[in-house]
Write a protein that binds this ligand. Sequence first.
Ligand code: MV4
Length: 580
Amino acid sequence: MFRAVLVANRGEIALRILRACRELGMGTVAVYSDADRDAPWLRLADQSFLLGPAAPAQSYLDGARILEVARRSGAEAIHPGYGFLSENADFAGAVVDQGLTWIGPPPSAITAMGDKLSARAAAMAAGVPVVPGTMEPTDDPEVVRAFADEHGYPVAIKAAYGGGGRGLRVVEREADLRAALEGAQREAVAAFGRGEVYVERYLTRPRHIEIQVLADTYGTCLSLGERDCSAQRRHQKLIEEAPAPGFDPQVRQQMGDAAVRLSRSVGYVGAGTCEFLFEDGRFHFLEMNTRLQVEHPVTELVTGLDLVHWQLRIAAGEELPFTQDDIVLRGHAIEARVNAEHVAAGFVPSPGTVTAWREPGGPGVRVDSGVWAGWEIPRSYDSLLAKLVVYGGDRETARRRLRRAIDEFVVEGVPTTLDFVRFAVDHPDFARGDVSTVSVEREWDLSPIPPSPQAAQAASEAPKAPSRTFTVEVGGKRLEVALFEPEDPRTLRRPTRDRGRATGGGTGASGDLVAPMQGTIVKTAVEPGATVAAGEVVLVLEAMKMENQIPAHRAGTVTALHVGPGDVVNAGDLLATIEA
Ligand code: MV4
């Protein structure tokens, strides 16, 4: 038991952890930035401290400031949540050096799993299968070529210090090898300051399956089963579920054993996750996340265990009172992420003010959120507003429940990824449980997803207009009437042109190729006057430290390039003109 726990995070996860502390009778200390003064999680804390300005480096990433708050508040332990400082071994070490308890694994375990090559080496040593690939960093195209010659294309070039898909390049043929190596290195240096890469055989349609582990300080380390997180886009998970649909119990056991072996080998303590790719009945270790994950609730629902309770109790020195045989998976859970994003425009973050917020409820529905009506979503942080998690006795019950809960969820003021989830739960692949990591991006036609009224409003750049609904009774029958007119029609501005946001690349008859997102032009791939096929890469745009190849939206002649390397563009800005 801790007298007080400092929660070094924000949003839904801060709320989640504060609730657990209160349930265990521990005192709570919350922190916040200038942008989060009005935040809902502060109400659940015994004490709250301002960290500083909105910029993460000056608030939630400022370890020294957080330690100072810990001292002032009398907190005995720090829970980092996910993101921010949660996988920072130096900060974890500093917490321990201050005589405080770090609610997470030992810093040495964070370091062992901190880069992909060292994680691969640990996995090999523990007898855990990894994807065939090189084990040493290289910057030599010949090393990459030799590996591809031996194992065949496609190969994946990966940044050793990469993450979230940054510094990852897939090479289909020898001719693309050099450019891919340079691209991976450039991206890795930009994002992580380190350009080391290595090569792996590229699996073309794997599922992303991860194993939740829980270890105490007395040598007990258990697998809490798997989660299937294959439904993702641009390395942003959208839907996660437990157990994985149609999963063979024998494979579950083998993966669980592998995750436990690996965790033990690095002296793991607390809650952790081993990520695997699963293809053709075989699994390959990818990396280990040494923290609580966003999607932990689906595991909680099928195991009946409260992961945050156990993190706190393990950190307080308690022994796990159950064994592997006691871990029984029951029923099915699905989580949908509710991000403030404009789906039809290519999942573009879309912060704004949440004007209405009504969460679904009823049997088998859990909502972890950090939002209320009137909340202005800060631009400085990620766009996760809430997680809608449903439970059912079997997968189909859970799937239908998710559909029902989405229909109940009222969010106004900002568009959300619920627009996507509504579409996804009805998709035949999802209904069948046949989703891989490439389904959403490469296989599904997302064009039927209608722009939500909020998204349409955002795209039209109309003044923040009252899109209001009224309830009227006509002949005694209740009717909902939606009003999309601005209050004062004189302020209505017509959009001067389709800025292309609705498609991400510009479509239709227009020759305008527009930026699908804000970012920096890294390079141009064609010269003015060039003839391009639809889909051919025209330029490379770096956004959020990821390089995005911008394809031609139509075949034709590039009559003008309006930007060049180094230019910063906003979503909707004109990049090139392509005349048919
Ligand atoms: C792969 C792969 C296929 N083959 N490695 C993407 C991010 C990084 N964590 C690992 N990633 C992948 N590595 C080989 N050898 C496919 C992916 C991948 C992926 C992995 C997990 C979840 C979603 C993904 C989406 C695209 C690609």
